[in-house]
Ligand binder design. Structure first.
Ligand SMILES: CC(C)(COP(=O)(O)OP(=O)(O)OC[C@H]1O[C@@H](n2cnc3c(N)ncnc32)[C@H](O)[C@@H]1OP(=O)(O)O)[C@@H](O)C(=O)NCCC(=O)NCCS
Length: 160
């Protein structure tokens, strides 16, 4: 049985809602992070989300049934290398059993809309060149290569 069938198909889709993230969602967010990556969120991740929750940043969760099944986090950065202020989506994840169901698309659209309303003219994100699935996702949502190039200096091997 496919994932969509497991969730009850269209009935489950109708259950999907989005709302602003709250402090009470942070444990569920950390669990989804871990389910997707196999590792706990890095130091400072939770505190950063918490600050954005308090300041009304572009942080949202998807609720499927009654549980948090995905999240997105975006913010405006206006200090980077003389570039004009831009929105950044720095976290987006969907619980594995809710992927390929439109959840990521809905979350991203909500964050992009919040950042657009906050006045930026561009929204950026960063994706590993090797992560073809996530690249496909962002391209499908209209993201293309931006005007800046990331440069890095590594110590004893390529950082991942
Ligand atoms: C990337 C991610 C958020 C997408 O969430 P999702 O809910 O599965 O995405 P959607 O169902 O909204 O997909 C929208 C479209 O993106 C494309 N897409 C999504 N996942 C894809 C995949 N694994 N392979 C190819 N295309 C994909 C498809 O075109 C899809 O539309 P379709 O299902 O009608 O063909 C999800 O895969 C995820 O949480 N991955 C792990 C965490 C991560 O890597 N996050 C991104 C960096 S922070």
């Amino acid at each position: 049985m496919g994932k969509r069938a497991d969730r009850g198909g269209d009935a489950a889709r109708e259950e999907l809602t989005l709302r602003p993230m709250t402090a009470r969602d942070l444990n569920a967010v950390a669990q989804i992070f871990e389910a997707d990556t196999g590792a706990a969120p890095p130091a400072g991740f939770r505190e950063h989300l918490s600050a954005l929750v308090k300041s009304g940043g572009a942080v949202f969760v998807a609720i499927g049934g009654r549980e948090v099944v995905g999240y997105v986090a975006g913010e405006i950065r206006s200090w980077e290398f003389g570039s004009p202020p831009a929105g950044w989506v720095f976290a987006l994840a969907v619980k594995p059993s809710w992927q390929r169901f439109g959840t990521g698309r809905a979350l991203l659209a909500r964050a992009v809309e919040a950042l657009r309303k906050a006045g930026v003219r561009a929204v950026r994100t960063m994706v590993s060149r090797e992560d073809v699935a996530v690249l496909r996702f962002f391209r499908r949502e209209g993201f293309v290569a931006g005007p800046y190039t990331e440069l890095e200096l590594t110590f004893g091997g390529r950082a991942r």
